[in-house]
Design a protein around this ligand. Structure first.
Ligand SMILES: CSC[C@@H](O)[C@@H](O)C(=O)COP(=O)(O)O
Ligand SMILES: [Zn+2]
Length: 204
C-alpha cells in the first residue's frame, strides 16, 4: 500500500474505532505496512480526529523516514507483531472497557473462549465448538521488553488474531485493514459477552 492510502485507511479506522468508544482520550495506536515500510500514528493524538500530519513513515527496521512528532510510544510492539507474522498488514491497538477489565479479571496468561458463534469472525475459526485462545501479558512501560515477552510466547503458541495487555487493551492484527477491523469487532463482542457471563454467574 502507498503511504497516502495507508494514512487514509488509518484515519477512517480511527473514526470508526473512536465512534465505538474503544480509544478514549489519546489511547490507542495504529499502523499499516506500506511498500517502503510502515506508517504509524504519532504519539499523543486523539485517534478519532487523525489527519495526514499525525503519522510517521518508518522503514522496515522502524527508523523514521518522514513525518513530524514522535512515533507512537508502542511502535516497537507493532514492529514485533509484523515480524512474528509476516502476513500481517495492519495492527490496531485499542483501549476498550471490556478488554481492559477482562484482562485484569483473568489472572493467568490466557483468555480461553468457546461456545460463541461470533468466534467465526476470526480467521481460521469455523465452529463455536473450537476454543479461541488469546494470550495475556502483564502491562509494562518498557515496550521493548513487552515485545520480547510476546515473541517468546509466540514460539510456544503463534499469535494469530491479537494479544491482550493486562489492564491496558487489545492489539489486533490481520492480513488487511478490513480483516484487522473485523478481528477487533469480533473480539470486542466476545470480550463483552464473557464479562456479562462472569457477572451473571457471580451473582447467582
Ligand atoms: C491515554 S494513555 C495511553 C498510552 O499510554 C498508550 O497506551 C497508547 O495507547 C497511546 O500511546 P501513543 O504514544 O499515543 O501511541
Ligand atoms: Zn495503549
Amino acid at each position: 500500500m502507498y503511504n497516502d492510502a495507508a494514512k487514509s485507511a488509518l484515519i477512517e479506522a480511527g473514526r470508526w474505532v473512536s465512534d465505538k468508544g474503544w480509544v478514549p482520550a489519546t489511547g490507542g495506536n495504529f499502523s499499516i505496512k506500506t511498500d517502503t515500510g510502515f506508517v504509524v500514528t504519532a504519539s499523543g493524538h486523539d485517534k478519532g480526529y487523525l489527519a495526514p500530519e499525525h503519522f510517521l513513515e518508518l522503514n522496515q527496521q522502524g527508523a523514521i523516514c518522514k513525518g513530524q512528532g514522535k512515533p507512537s510510544a508502542e511502535t516497537a510492539l507493532h514492529l514485533k507483531l509484523y515480524q512474528l507474522q509476516p502476513s500481517t498488514e495492519c495492527v490496531l491497538h485499542t483501549h476498550s472497557v471490556a478488554a481492559t477489565v477482562l484482562s485484569r479479571f483473568i489472572k493467568g496468561d490466557t483468555l480461553a473462549i468457546h461456545g460463541y458463534e461470533m468466534q467465526k469472525s476470526l480467521r481460521g475459526i469455523s465452529s463455536h465448538e473450537s476454543t479461541l485462545t488469546i494470550a495475556i501479558f502483564d502491562n509494562d512501560q518498557d515496550i521493548a521488553r513487552l515485545a520480547e515477552h510476546v515473541a517468546k510466547r509466540h514460539e510456544q503458541e503463534p499469535v494469530i488474531h491479537g494479544v491482550l495487555i493486562r489492564g491496558h487493551g487489545l492489539y489486533a492484527m490481520g492480513n488487511s485493514v478490513a480483516e484487522t477491523r473485523r478481528h477487533i469487532e469480533g473480539l470486542e463482542f466476545l470480550f463483552a459477552c464473557e464479562l456479562e457471563r462472569i457477572k451473571l454467574e457471580s451473582s447467582l
